[in-house]
Design a protein around this ligand. Structure first.
Ligand code: GRF
Length: 224
């Protein structure tokens, strides 16, 4: 049998539910997807996402941050697990630890995160409540290469969803989460497929673009 295309060895770091991890697992099940998941690492033993990884036959590791005196010691243990797994790319998917500059620069260009807002708006926590309070009409999510500042770094892709009258935090979070599950696999695919280049601190995605897409909210077609 001829050897298939090389798939980039990818680790996913989680702390909880792992629904984005599941979206990556599902995408990586396609034989032509350019990334394969070789490790799921959690800083919490009780992370639900570990069960998803086990069900998919992906090796898991738990590195409890509380077992380490310093952030650097914790990250050294994470780095060791990543290199044992031969990881080339690392996806943060609801990983709730802030990473040091040393770790981030070691993985520069190969470490991605998903954040539940249209960055640079609403970095940090409670993004959906803040979007509602600000009255924005479009909200969404961003996948970006990680730099030393929290929720900063070259943006690979974004997905927008409308904020609808009557939305509460839970309704908006659920709508954004659906968009996250489409966006993250797509962006990891671009990165693993060598279609992302960083120029002047911005990510440029290679491909043929159709510039005619439009996104309006309120969209006159949806108002009756
Ligand atoms: C997602 O909303 C993600 O954007 C944020 O943390 C949440 C993780 O959810 N960084 P899950 O664990 O992937 O279900």
């Amino acid at each position: 049998m001829p050897a298939g295309p090389t798939r980039r060895r990818t680790a996913v770091l989680i702390s909880g539910r792992g629904s984005n991890l599941q979206a990556l697992i599902d995408a990586a099940a396609a034989p032509d997807y350019p990334a394969e998941l070789v490790l799921v690492l959690s800083n919490r033993q009780d992370a639900k996402g570990l069960e998803r990884a086990e069900a998919a036959g992906i090796p898991t590791r738990v590195v409890p941050h509380r077992d380490y005196e310093t952030r650097a010691d914790f990250e050294a243990a994470v780095t060791e697990a990543l290199s044992e797994a031969g990881a080339e790319l690392v996806c943060l998917a609801g990983f709730m630890r802030v990473l040091t500059e040393a770790f981030v620069s070691r993985w520069q260009g190969r470490l991605v995160n998903i954040h539940p807002s249209l960055l640079p708006a609403f970095p940090g926590l409670d993004t959906h409540a803040r979007a509602l309070a600000a009255g924005v009409k479009l909200h969404g999510c961003s996948v970006h290469l990680v730099s030393a500042e929290v929720d900063e770094g070259p943006i690979i892709g974004q997905a927008a969803v409308p904020v609808l009258p009557g939305d509460d935090e839970a309704a908006l979070a659920a709508r954004v989460l659906q968009a996250e599950h489409r966006l993250y696999p797509q962006c990891l695919g671009l990165l693993a497929g060598d279609r992302v280049r960083v120029e002047d601190g911005r990510a440029v995605v290679q491909g043929d673009w159709d510039a005619n897409g439009r996104l309006l909210n309120p969209d006159p077609r949806s108002l009756r």
